[in-house]
Design a binder for this molecule. Structure first.
Ligand SMILES: NC(=O)c1ccc[n+]([C@@H]2O[C@H](COP(=O)([O-])OP(=O)(O)OC[C@H]3O[C@@H](n4cnc5c(N)ncnc54)[C@H](OP(=O)(O)O)[C@@H]3O)[C@@H](O)[C@H]2O)c1
Length: 240
């Protein structure tokens, strides 16, 4: 049975991605900051027919928590086939470039950028043992500097100084890691899940979490001839 770890798997896009992988026959490690709630959630999932889900306590801004999550996973499996770096925060508003509080930007980067890197590094030894290791870094269209230069783009006025740049940095890490792993079986991609109705945006997103989960699943299980080091969305490649 193939294995996957999804950070921030307890709600929103992450939870729907947990369900998707479970239905597709994966053993799913559901990363959750609140382990007790994760256990209760897993009971609900099991009763709804989502099997082989294992909650794992995981706060990606806490190196000890990441280390313990790895140990918990290693008790269950030697091999991790897929890592979905989904956990992310939008951060406090406003994030006006000229006046945003630096601590606010730092906390966004701690989660969206540094946390995803530390989790990736911790899981690489387990991923390396997979015959088809896949990493999806859940990014955002708001990371695209090219689109930020296009006045006709629907999110042109979304110029937050913290959130978008944190995902731009995550995209850069995706490119660098994919290059380092280019002669291996790894596929490492940044995926924009699309504007999705979750807590993250007060449920203003225009698509359902299942659309986001389907897309993440697609790139997290892409075949040998699939892309690596790319920035991908429902429409295909996004400009950097
Ligand atoms: N929704 C959209 O329209 C949209 C669009 C583009 C990209 N995205 C990206 O998609 C991903 C998921 O977003 P969402 O809409 O599902 O948001 P969400 O409903 O707010 O869920 C965020 C998840 O991340 C977890 N999380 C936050 N900080 C964490 C940390 N330090 N350690 C571990 N887990 C942490 C949260 O856990 P808690 O429950 O403990 O807070 C929660 O499970 C994010 O990376 C987001 O940037 C979303």
């Amino acid at each position: 049975m193939k294995t996957v770890l999804i950070s921030g798997g307890n709600r929103g896009i992450g939870l729907e991605t947990v369900k998707k992988f479970s239905k597709q026959g994966y053993r799913v490690f559901l990363g959750t900051r609140n382990y007790e709630k994760g256990l209760a959630l897993n009971e609900e999932l099991r009763q709804s027919g989502f099997l082989n889900v294992i909650p794992v306590a995981l706060d990606i801004t806490d190196q000890a928590s990441i280390h313990e999550a790895r140990q918990a996973i290693e008790k269950q499996t030697a091999v991790l086939d897929v890592l979905v770096n989904n956990a992310g925060i939008r951060g406090d508003q406003p994030q006006t470039p000229s006046s945003v509080n630096l601590d606010s930007i730092k906390s966004i980067f701690e989660t969206n950028f540094f946390g995803s890197i530390v989790l990736t590094q911790a899981m690489l030894p387990l991923l390396t043992l997979s015959s088809e290791p896949r990493i999806v870094n859940v990014s955002s269209e708001l990371a695209s500097l090219t689109l930020h230069d296009n006045e006709d783009w629907k999110f042109y006025s979304f110029k937050d100084a913290g959130y978008g740049p944190s995902k731009t940095a995550l995209n850069a890490y995706t490119v660098m890691l994919a290059y380092e792993l280019r002669h291996t079986a790894f596929k490492v991609n940044a995926v924009d899940p699309g504007y999705t109705a979750t807590d993250f945006n007060g449920y203003k997103g225009t698509q359902h979490v299942s659309d986001a989960a389907d897309l993440i699943f697609k790139y997290a299980t892409i075949g040998k001839s699939g892309p690596t080091g790319q920035f991908l969305s429902k429409e295909g490649e996004l400009p950097w």
